[in-house]
Every structure is written in C-alpha cells, then in structure tokens.
Unconditional design. Structure first.
Length: 343
C-alpha cells in the first residue's frame, strides 16, 4: 500500500478464497472470526492458527445456497451470532457449538442488507430493501419493533434500497441510510425519528443512457463521543455501469442536522463499504472498492485524509481487533489481517 504522512498499513496475513465475503464478526479477546459468504454459508476460523482454515457452521437452519450473507452480529454476551442474507432469513447461532438454534424465515420482505448489535448486546437491528429497520431481542430472536421512515421508491419512482445502519456508542440512537442518501436518526427507547440528514451527493441518476441509478450511503459510524455521524459512499458517477467515481465521506453534527465536512478521496475509487473510528478518536478508517480495493485514514479533528492506499481486494467489511491498530478485512476472494502504524 502507498502511504501519506507518517501512516502505513502493512499486511500481516492473507487467506485467498474463491467466494466473496460480505460480513464479519469476531469473538472479543480472540482471533476467532465468523464470515458471511456469497455461497450462502457462514464460516468460522481462528486467524491465530498457523494455517487458518475456514469451516462452515451448520445446524437445522441454513441460508439458501447463493443467498449472500450480508450481515453478521455477535450479541447476548457473545453467546449468539445472528446472520442475515439475501434469502430474507435471520438465523441465530450458538457461538460455542457453532449450531443454528433459531430462525425467522421471512424477517424482511426483500433482501437483507445489514445486521448489527446494540453496544450492550441486547438488541439486533436489521435493514433490508423493503425499507424497514427491525429490532429483535438478541437472546430469544423475538421481534421488538419496526422503524419505518425511508421511502420505498427513489425520486424517479424506481425501487430504493436500505443499505446500512449503526448504533451510537451508548446505544440510545440508531442511524439508518438508504440508496438516495436519506439518513434517519432514531431514538431507540421511544422508537421515534428524531433527526434526518442529507447525503444525496452519494446518489447518481442517469436519465438518458440507462435510466438507472447507483450509489447511496453504504456505511455509517458514530464518533466515540456520539456527537458526530459519518456516512460513506461514492461521488457523482459519470458512467453508471461502473463505480468510476471517487470514494466520499460526509461528517454530520446529527443533533443540529448539519453537514460539518465532506471528504473526497483523490486516488481511491468506489464505494466506502465500512467505516470505523479508533476507540480513542485518533483516526477514522474507511475501506471499500470498485474492481480493486482501498483503505483511507482520516484525521477526525482536521477531517483531512492522512493515508490513502490500495487494498488487496474490494473490501466489503472489516473489524478492528482488541488492538485497534490491527484490523481484519473481508471481501472479494479473501480475508486479510492488516496493521496500521504511524503517529
């Protein structure tokens, strides 16, 4: 990878695969991870092993073959893993036995795009292309609430998509974001909408060549103090048959519903698929890609890019480890462990 200023990102370990990995979850205090695949399977492996070998976890309930597993979340004291996929199912797994124990067969009416756990591990949030965010009891799998506020269609009257969601660090707020760049902040306790934000700059509509749209907000993250929300996506695209625009990240003061700053990459093209702050607020990491992959580090104070470089592949998800400078990334044809260094 290339480097800017004093930051560097170095590869520690890589596992090549033939599938695409869309989602990750990790047992805290370990290098034991779960990953969701394009073949409809959830795999587990220990990256601390000399030769890590991902193996499928099984049980009575399974996702359908080819049903991309796009969301994974550990919850309920890390005793439960919840997976969501394009087959519209949510499946609960016992992390000790690796067996499926509960299923909601039609958790959503359309493709599930993201599954996240609240910071206390008691709630699961799932979002899907039916434009609904649903909350679930993390332990039992029982439905708790549904949040409706995103429009089913784009302004051009085509089906929209609800790509992502994120809890605030204290769990009191939940952000959801869609294809048109509409972001809603919800009060988790009351289930009420409390703020809306605009990131329509990440949405491109071509009214002439293809009559088709692309882009949208693909990632969200709250700052460690919960005051700032960042959204990741892509800039305006000239040729909508390709992700041929620069990666874009927008900073919001969500309480005032105003944009603080916008950061556009100079070298990295494609979607920002995942965002995460260093726990101490030292940096913001964004990863994603188009045909290739990238990693971007931003100084949250100056909101300037301090590192921008290529990744081994298009990254769909990554997780910070117990040492936040070390992260695990998953995507097209592989898993990789990388380490951030610098000041």
């Amino acid at each position: 990878m290339s480097t800017t200023a004093n930051f560097q990102i170095a590869e520690e370990k890589k596992i090549s695969r033939k599938d695409i990995l869309f989602s990750l979850a990790r047992v805290p205090g370990t290098d034991r991870i779960f990953c969701g695949s394009s073949d409809g399977t959830v795999y587990q492996t220990d990256l601390a092993a000399e030769k890590p070998e991902p193996t499928a976890i099984e049980g009575e309930f399974q996702h359908r073959p080819g049903g991309y597993v796009t969301g994974l979340a550990l919850a309920a004291g890390n005793r439960r893993l919840v997976s969501g996929a394009y087959d519209r199912q949510l499946i609960w797994w016992d992390t000790e036995t690796g067996k499926s124990i509960h299923r909601v067969e039609n958790a959503h009416a359309k493709w599930i795009r993201k599954v996240v756990a609240s910071p206390d591990g008691q709630l699961i949030a799932s979002v899907a292309d039916d434009m609904v965010c649903r909350l679930w009891n993390a332990g039992s799998g029982e439905p708790v609430a549904e949040l409706r506020g995103h429009r089913i269609e784009t302004p051009q009257y085509y089906p929209s998509m609800l790509f992502t969601c994120a809890f605030s660090p204290d769990g009191s707020r939940l952000a959801t974001a869609d294809k048109t760049g509409h972001i809603i902040i919800w009060d988790v306790a009351s289930r009420k909408e409390i703020s809306t934000l605009d990131a329509s700059c990440m949405y491109t509509w071509d009214p002439k060549q293809r009559r088709h749209s692309i882009g949208g907000v693909r990632s969200l993250a709250f700052s460690p103090d919960g005051r700032t929300l960042v959204a990741g996506g892509i800039g305006q695209i000239g040729n909508i048959d390709h992700l041929g625009a620069n990666a874009r990240i927008r900073f919001f003061d969500w309480e005032k519903a105003v944009t603080i700053a916008e950061v556009e990459a100079s070298e990295s093209k494609g979607l920002v698929e995942r965002l995460a702050f260093h726990p101490g607020g030292n940096w913001l990491l964004g990863c994603g890609g188009d045909n290739g992959g990238f990693a971007i580090l931003i100084d949250p104070t100056t909101r300037k890019i301090v590192f921008e470089g290529k990744a081994p592949f298009h990254i769909h998800d990554f997780l910070l480890t117990d040492s936040p400078e070390r992260f695990i990334a998953a995507g097209h044809n592989g898993l990789v462990v990388q380490k951030i260094s610098g000041v």
